[in-house]
Design a protein around this ligand. Structure first.
Ligand code: SF4
Length: 408
C-alpha cells in the first residue's frame, strides 16, 4: 500500500490534440487545485515566454497549456487571475524589445483576452524589495509586485535542457518574476543558487509542465525540438522537476539547483518519496542532448573563450553563428575567436578576437568589443563580419530573410 505521505507527480500523455484534457487529468491526478485556490484568491499563472516564439516551437510554454490551467483556476472561482511573465535579458526594453511581443506571438495574449484574465509584463511591473537573510547568494533583491502579492502561484514551464543549469523547468521558470537588473545579477552570482533563493521567496504552489513540445541542445528553432506529448504536474516543484529530469535522461543528482532546493527544504528529489501516477517514467523517457554536445557538433570550429557566460550572451552569439552559417560563411567561422563572460586566461587566439558583452569589458583591448548586456545578436554579427572580413550586406540580407520566415 502506498503511503499518503508520498508527494504525487502525475505524467499524462496528450491524446490527439486534446491538450486541455491532458492538463485536467494531470492536475486532478496530482491532487487537484481545489484545496489551494479559494474564492477570493489572487492567482498568478506563470508560463515560460523567454522570447517571442510561436506555441508548439518547444521553446516557450504552449498557449494551450496556459489556457487549460487558466480555465481550471477560473472554474474554482479565483477572485483575480493573472498571466504574468517577464521575458529574458535582452527583452526588457519597453516598447523596443519586450515581453508584449512574446505574449502576442505565442498566442498567450489571445488566451488572456478570451478567458477574461489580466496579462502582466513582469519586467514592467512595480518591483518590491525583499530580504532573505539565509540566502545562498541573493540576500536582498527585487521581485515583481504581482508575484509577491499573489496568494497562489502556478508555474507552467516548458521542459528544456539549459546551458547553465542542465534543465529548465518549474523552479527556474520563476526567474521571469525578477526585474531585468536582478535577472542579470542572478546569472553573475551563480544561477543555481539564485534560483533557489528566488523560490524561497516566491516558490510555486503548484506546477504544470508543458512537455508536449520541448527543446534539447541549443534551442535552435525546430532543429532541437522534441515532441514528447506529455503534461507533468504536482504540488512539489522539486519533485516535479526531478521526475522531468529523469524523463529527459538526466540524473537529478547532477542538477545543482535541485540538490540545493532539497537542502533548503523546498521539496524532494528522493524517488522513494515520490509517487508517480499516470504513465511510468521508463515508458515515456527519452534522452535529451545537452547544450554542450549540440553546440560543439554545430559550431566546434569557433574558438570560444568563455567563463560564467549567461544565457543572454550565449543566446545572442549562437544567433550570430547561425546568421553567418546561413549566409554561407560556415568555413570562415573556423577563423573566429570569441571572448565572453569572465575568462581568466585567453589562449589560442585566431585573428582579431570578438569581445562580447559587458562582463568581458576588462578584455576589450584584446580585440573588437561589442558592448551591451547582452549585446544584440545583429550588432555582434556586424562586428563578426568586420573581424572575419566577410560581406556584412550579404549577411544582413540573410538575417532579414530568416526573420521574415514563419519560424524566424
Ligand atoms: S554581459 Fe552577457 S554574460 Fe554578462 S550578464 Fe550580460 S548577458 Fe550575461
Amino acid at each position: 500500500m502506498v503511503s499518503t505521505l508520498l508527494t504525487i507527480v502525475s505524467i499524462m500523455r496528450v491524446h490527439g490534440n486534446n491538450v486541455e484534457g491532458a492538463v485536467r487529468k494531470a492536475v486532478r491526478e496530482a491532487g487537484g487545485l481545489d484545496g489551494i485556490i479559494g474564492e477570493d484568491s489572487t492567482v498568478l499563472v506563470k508560463p515560460n515566454l523567454v522570447s517571442p516564439m510561436e506555441s508548439g516551437s518547444g521553446k516557450i510554454t504552449d498557449a494551450k497549456v496556459t489556457e487549460a490551467v487558466v480555465r481550471i483556476v477560473k472554474e474554482l472561482g479565483a477572485g483575480r487571475v493573472v498571466i504574468g511573465e517577464g521575458a529574458a535579458v535582452g527583452y526588457d526594453f519597453p516598447g523596443i524589445r519586450d515581453t508584449s511581443e512574446a505574449f502576442r506571438v505565442s498566442g498567450t495574449e489571445r488566451v488572456a483576452r478570451e478567458c477574461g484574465v489580466e496579462l502582466v509584463d513582469m519586467n514592467k511591473d512595480k518591483p518590491v524589495e525583499v530580504e532573505l537573510p539565509d540566502a545562498y547568494v541573493m540576500k536582498r533583491f527585487r521581485v515583481a509586485r504581482t508575484a509577491l502579492e499573489a496568494d497562489v502561484i502556478i508555474s507552467v514551464p516548458v521542459l528544456k535542457t539549459h546551458n547553465r543549469t542542465a534543465i529548465t523547468c518549474g523552479l527556474k521558470n520563476m526567474k521571469g518574476v525578477l526585474p531585468g537588473l536582478e535577472k542579470r545579477m542572478s546569472h553573475r552570482c551563480g544561477l543555481d543558487r539564485a534560483i533557489v533563493d528566488l523560490n524561497s521567496v516566491v516558490g510555486p504552489d503548484f506546477t504544470v509542465v508543458d512537455a508536449t513540445s520541448c527543446m534539447e541542445g541549443t534551442w535552435e528553432a525546430h532543429k532541437d525540438r522534441v515532441d514528447l506529448g506529455l503534461v507533468v504536474a504536482g504540488i512539489d516543484t522539486v519533485a516535479v522537476d526531478t521526475v522531468c529530469s529523469r524523463i529527459i535522461g538526466l540524473d537529478p543528482a547532477m542538477v545543482f539547483h535541485l540538490q540545493l532546493a532539497e537542502e533548503k527544504g523546498l521539496g524532494t528529489t528522493d524517488m522513494s518519496q515520490i509517487e508517480v501516477r499516470g504513465s511510468r517514467i521508463e515508458d515515456v523517457s527519452r534522452r535529451f542532448k545537452p547544450f554542450s554536445e549540440v553546440f560543439k557538433s554545430r559550431f566546434g570550429m569557433v574558438n570560444l573563450v568563455e567563463k560564467n557566460t549567461c544565457t543572454g550572451c550565449m543566446g545572442e552569439i549562437y544567433s550570430t553563428f547561425i546568421y553567418l552559417r546561413e549566409a554561407g560563411y560556415e568555413n570562415e567561422l573556423g577563423g573566429l575567436t570569441v571572448i565572453m563572460g569572465t575568462p581568466e586566461d585567453v589562449k589560442d587566439v585566431k585573428g582579431v578576437p570578438l569581445v562580447v558583452g559587458k562582463c568581458a569589458n576588462p578584455k576589450r583591448e584584446l580585440g573588437v568589443f561589442v558592448p551591451g548586456c547582452p549585446p544584440h545578436g545583429i550588432a555582434i554579427t556586424e562586428k563578426a563580419c568586420q573581424v572575419l572580413g566577410v560581406d556584412w550586406k550579404k549577411v544582413h540580407n540573410t538575417i532579414e530573410e530568416l526573420h521574415a520566415s514563419p519560424s524566424g
